[in-house]
Write a protein that binds this ligand. Structure first.
Ligand code: CP3
Length: 347
C-alpha cells in the first residue's frame, strides 16, 4: 500500500487490517431519500439521463460524501447499463422499476453487440469516474461496480424485475445452452466494463449478485461462484492488487467459503443472516462488509443505535467495512443515517 493510501481506511480493511473503528459507506447512498439527489435527478430529466450525464452523476455521487463523510463513494450508475450497451432497449417505468427487451432465444443472444462495442455506450460512465477521481477527498475510496452475470441475466430474460427469478430459472431448465451462453457473454463483457472503470480511476470494484439466493446447489456453483471466480481472476491478472468485493445476496450457507472459491477480498453480507453467524463462518476467511438491516434507516431511535453497536461488536475481531445489508430505501430519514454514523464513530 502506498503512503498516500494509508489515509484510505476502506483500502486498509480490504487489505485485512483490523481497525479500531470500521470504515463505513452505504449501498444506494446516493438516492431518493436525499432531497439534493431528487433535485439533481429532476435537473437531469430522468434516472437514465442522470446516469449518462458525467457532471451530474459525479455530483450525486459526491452529495452523500459531503453530507456524511462516508469513507467510500460508489460510482453513480446502474447494473442494467451493461445490457443496454450490449444492445437491449432499457427504460424505467415510474414507480415500477426497470423494463427491457428480452433475450431468450439463440437468435436474440447472437444479435447482442460484440463486447468491444460496449464502451461506445459506457464512455460517459468512465468520464464520471475520472471526474470523481479529481474531486473526491484524499481519504475517500472510489468504488466501481457491475451486476454479476446471473443477476443481470434475470432482468434480461424476464424483461423486468421478478420476485422469484422464474423466467430465468425456466430458460435454464428449457434451453441450458442459450442460458449458459448469455451468462458467458455477460461474464466477458463485465470484465471489460470493470476493467475500464479501473483504468479511469476506480480503486475497488464490487460485483452485485442481488439474486444469488435463488440459485441452489450445483446452480449456485455454476452461475454464482464460477462467473465471479472468472471475473475476479481476470481482473486481478489485468490489475494486480485490485481489491474486489463480492455480494452474493441471500446466499445463506453459500457465503461460507465464497471468498476462497472466487478470490474476492471481501464478501458483503445481507441482513438475512446474523452478524455473529457471519463473523464465525465468513469473516474467518477475511474482510466482510455489512450488515445492518436497512429498515433501521426508516425507523431510527434507540433500536438503530443498539443494532448498529451489535453489528460493530460482532465483527470487531476481524477486518470489517460497515454497511447496510441491502440498499437504503427512499422512505429513509436522512437524520437516521447521521445517527448510524455517529454511533459507529463515537461508540
Ligand atoms: O449504491 C449506489 O448508490 C450506487 C448506484 C447504484 C444504483 N443501482 C442506482 C439506482 C447501484 C450500485 C445500483 C445497483 C443495482 N441496480 C442493483 C443491485 C443492487 C441491489 O439493489 O440489489 C439492481 C438489482 C439494480 C437494478 C435497478 N435499478 C432496479 C431494480 C431499480 C428500480 C428499483 C428502485 O430502487 O427504484 C433501479 C433504479 C435505481 N438504481 C435507482 C438508483 C438510485 C432509483 C432510480 C430513481 O432515482 O428513480
Amino acid at each position: 500500500m502506498t503512503e498516500q493510501n494509508r489515509d484510505k481506511t476502506i483500502l486498509r480493511a480490504l487489505a485485512g487490517e483490523v481497525l479500531p473503528t470500521p470504515p463505513v459507506w452505504m449501498m444506494r447512498q446516493a438516492g431518493r431519500y436525499l432531497p439534493e439527489y431528487r433535485a439533481t435527478r429532476a435537473q437531469a430529466g430522468d434516472f437514465l439521463s442522470l446516469c449518462y450525464n458525467p457532471e451530474l452523476a459525479a455530483e450525486v455521487t459526491l452529495q452523500p460524501i459531503r453530507r456524511y463523510g462516508f469513507d467510500a463513494a460508489i460510482l453513480f450508475a446502474d447494473i442494467l447499463l451493461l445490457p443496454q450497451a450490449l444492445g437491449v432497449d432499457l427504460w424505467f417505468e415510474t414507480g415500477e422499476g426497470p423494463r427491457m427487451t428480452t433475450v431468450t432465444t439463440p437468435a436474440e443472444l447472437a444479435a447482442l453487440k460484440p463486447r468491444a462495442a460496449i464502451h461506445d455506450t459506457l464512455n460517459p460512465i468512465y468520464e464520471t469516474v475520472r471526474i470523481l477521481k479529481r474531486e473526491l477527498p484524499s481519504e475517500t475510496t472510489l468504488i466501481g461496480f457491475a451486476g454479476a452475470p446471473w443477476t443481470v441475466a434475470t432482468y434480461m430474460i424476464a424483461g423486468r424485475g421478478t420476485k422469484d427469478q422464474g423466467p430465468a430459472h425456466a430458460l435454464k431448465a428449457a434451453d441450458r445452452a442459450t442460458f449458459a451462453g448469455l451468462i458467458d457473454v455477460l461474464t466477458e463483457a463485465t470484465i471489460d466494463y470493470l476493467s475500464a472503470q479501473v483504468e479511469a480511476g476506480a480503486e475497488v470494484v464490487k460485483l452485485f449478485d442481488s439474486w444469488a439466493g435463488s440459485l441452489k446447489g450445483a446452480d449456485f456453483e455454476d452461475f454464482a461462484v464460477a462467473p465471479a471466480a472468472r471475473i475476479i481472476s481476470e481482473l486481478k491478472a489485468r490489475h494486480p492488487g485490485l481489491p474486489i468485493i463480492a455480494f452474493p445476496r441471500e446466499a445463506g450457507e453459500g457465503y461460507i467459503g465464497f471468498a476462497k472459491k472466487t478470490g474476492a477480498d471481501c464478501v458483503a453480507i445481507d441482513n438475512s443472516v446474523s452478524a455473529d453467524w457471519a463473523a464465525a463462518n465468513v469473516q474467518v476467511d477475511g474482510c466482510v462488509q455489512g450488515n445492518l438491516d436497512p429498515r433501521h434507516m426508516v425507523t431510527g431511535g434507540e433500536a438503530l443505535v443498539q443494532a448498529t453497536r451489535e453489528v460493530v461488536k460482532a465483527f470487531s475481531k476481524g477486518p470489517h467495512i460497515f454497511n447496510l445489508g441491502h440498499g437504503i430505501t427512499p422512505d429513509a430519514d436522512p437524520e437516521n443515517v447521521a445517527l448510524m454514523i455517529e454511533t459507529i464513530r463515537k461508540g
